[in-house]
Every structure is written in C-alpha cells, then in structure tokens.
Design a protein around this ligand. Sequence first.
Ligand code: UN1
Length: 512
Amino acid sequence: NIHITSILDRLKINDLNDAFSIGSAWGSSNDTTVRKINSPVDGRLIASVKMATAADYDHVVKTAQQAFAQWRSVPAPKRGEIVRQVGDALRKYKDDLGRLVSYEMGKSLQEGWGEVQEMIDICDFAVGQSRQLYGLTMHSERPQHRMYEQYHPLGVVGIISAFNFPVAVWSWNAALAWICGNVCIWKPSEKTPLTAIACQHIVQEVFKANNIPDGVSNLIIGDREVGELMANDARVPLVSATGSTRMGKAVATAVAGRLGRSLLELGGNNAIIITEDADLDMALIGAVFGAVGTAGQRCTTTRRLIIHESVYESFKQKLVKAYGQIRIGNPLDEHMHMGPLIDTDAVKLYLQSIEQCKQQGGNFVVEGGQLSGDGYESGCYVKPCIAEVENHFEIVQHETFAPILYLIKYKTLDEAISLQNGVPQGLSSAIMTNNLRQAEQFLSAAGSDCGIANVNIGTSGAEIGGAFGGEKETGGGRESGSDAWKAYMRRQTNTINYSTTLPLAQGIKFDL
Ligand code: UN1
C-alpha cells in the first residue's frame, strides 16, 4: 500500500516539535496544543502537530517584516530565478508530495500529482512574470515632464489555504507574491498541515542554497485564531484566503475594518448547462469528473446540471449508468475513481444535506450513503449521488462540499442561464453545445455571471494560465494567471519634471 514512513522521511517530516517555521529556523512556544492528523484514507494516525500561539505568530510576523526589507530590493528577475529553482525542487519531489497529498487529504493519486503539477506550472509562470511587472507610461500635460507608473511589493502577504487543495493554492499565491517582492506567511488548513510542512522544507532547501534570509517563506500551523490574528493585523497588508463563504466574510470584514486588502476565493455552486445540441458523451465525462472528482470537494466541483428537456431523460440514464461504474476506495490505488471525504464531520454534513434535500422535495435517482466494511474503516467514504431538484430549494442554493449532484430541467436557453446564475455564488460555469449561437449567448454580458465560463469543458480543472476566481459570494478575488500578480503589488504614479520651472497641473497660477 503506502510506505508513509519513508515518504515522510524523504519529505523531512520526521521531527514534529514545531508549530511554525520562518525558514531555516523552526520553533514553538511551550504552551502549544497538539492536533492529531489521521488519514481519511485508512483512519490511521499519520502524525501529531503543534498549534502555534499568538506569541509564535507575532515572532513570525516580525521576522517576515525584517526579511521584507531585504527581499524587496532583490531584482525581480533574480527573485524569479529562485522561484524557478523551487519549481525544479517540486519536480524532484513530485511523486512523494503527490502521494502525501493523496494520503493526507484523500484525493486520488492522479489528482494529488495533478496538484503538484499545478505548483510546478505556477512556478514556471511566475519566472516569466518576474520580467513582466509592467506599468504604463503616460504623456504629461506639462512641458518637459514625464509620467509613468511602477509596481512595488506590498510587504507581508498572509495566505490562508483550504484542505481541498492543500498545496496548489498556496503556491499560486506564494510564487507570484515572491516574484513581486513580498514575503509570505502561510497558514494551511489545520486538517492538512503535513503537506504544508513538506512544502516549507522543499522551499527551504532552495532558499538555503541561495542564502535567502529567514522570513521570506513562513509557515504557521494553527487554527481559526491564527487566521483572525492575521486578518486583524495591520502589519499584513494583504490577506489571501481560500475557503468557505462564512470564513471569507469574517476575513473580509476584519481586513476591511483596517482598510487592508483581501483576496478571496470562496464557495462555488457550479453548473453545466447541457443543451439539446450537446455532444452527450463529452458532456458525460465533464459532468461525472466534475461531480465526483476530489469526492466533490473542489470549489469548482459540478454541483448542478441544467439539462434541456429534450435530452433530460436520456442524459439522466447515461449518468445513472456511469455512476454505477464508479469505483470508490483507497485513492492511492490508481484503479479507484473516488476517495474519501476529508473527515467524519464532512460525512455528517453530506448525510444531513441528503436528508434536507429529500425534505425539500428532492428525488434521488442515485442514492447516497456512507460506506462501511472492508477498505472503508476510516468512516470517511460515501457514495456519490444524484437528485432531481428545483433550483430554488434552499439546499441547492447552498454549497455542500460533497459529491451530491443536482439535476434541473429547462426549456429555453434564457431560462437555463437564469437558473445557472440564480444562486448566491459565482465561481465556475459551463455550457455543452455544438451550437455557436448558444455558446456565444452563454459567454455574453447577458450570459453566465461567473468568474469562469467554459464551452464544451466541465466546471473544474482550470489551467493556471487564466485568472482564477469568481463573483458574488465567491469573493471577487483572482489568483494564478493573467494579471492576477497585480493584487500582490501597490501601484505608484510618478511624475518627473526635467524643466527649469514648476508649472502646476490644470494650469493653476500660483506666483510668489
Ligand atoms: C479549489 O478547489 O480551491 O480548477 C481550486 C480546478 C483546480 C483548482 C481548484 N485547478 O478545479
């Protein structure tokens, strides 16, 4: 099965006495509490970690601030060169890190490796970006004046990441934040600290070889309280947070209260519209991978299928048949399609949501339920299920982080688009169609209101090159590709007078 001890050894997670790391130095106060990390795969205890205190947090922020004073003056392409080496180190550790992601979090090994691949890809992207931190130049209204803008780093960037992408989403933030000249403090999900500790070691190997000072990459193992400290801390100009809408609202409110910046990547309630002109075989793969991949625990997971009435019954039959073939089990076994949920609390929420759905009028065409018996001892394995619902059901309006897929029937494309948009979240969306008019209507200003809108692709599995994020309760932030780097910098407009007089803007006269 999995030789977890040797993987932990190779990833240098063999001495877990520390709740934080500022780089080469690791530490913790005496009054830390301990959290046990059990794998959802087999329920076994992988390790116990210490949780940082407020004093630990303060020490980390102070070190980070000192490091920023040096790091901001390193030329951006040189910072890019360091990130290039981080990408290479990740290539070296891809196999082990992917396995640990799979074992600690429960996603399939293919997806565990895929996640590390996203990290490598964002490092490559960030290297190129490090030579492209462009500002514009303008023509001044005054003679012998020059105007331009430049982008400067912000300082300490706080990164709060979620269990479902325990390492990739951190790397989207960190790789860009670093090339922009910032230093990072990472608070990983308390459910998945081990993969974060592994990443900090991998980064540290590179940083040490390049004499990068402590404090550029910081890790702090903690729970909600550490997140609150960060959100309320004026020394942290940007807090980038991924997780539930509830968490995001709390972070946003605290950060806004001190007029800081937040970058939020919160819940989704993603739908695929399957039109009468869709290639139903393609739609099936997109829908099933989108709904059961990562056991329904991606923020881009397909939660709703909005299906044209003329293909509704036949597509439903295809889905039911496909769900019958899904193999659920140990995600490290490459034969399996779907692994466990993150923990038994998640299973409880899943079961409650199924009950609520039934109470609200949902009709299950594929029944859900918790799995037990051989291979399911952890208690975290569930069956992916499908319910016919109406979009306005309270449960359908809500993001349940589990493999529950809702089917909704439509007659006209206008109606389908309004159903697709008729939820509080706005992350990802898709249309399956071979009809150009339908596709363009879906992509138009009157179409999908989401941050991501795809044609003939499902809702999950975005590439790192595009800006990733969504509207409404998804939080509005954009991470990863395109010009997402701008969120990690402050813009400065510079006007330079090289004349021998001092003319004022707007032609204002002011003589002494
Ligand atoms: C997330 O679930 O928080 O598009 C991120 C995707 C992945 C990232 C998901 N590239 O599904």
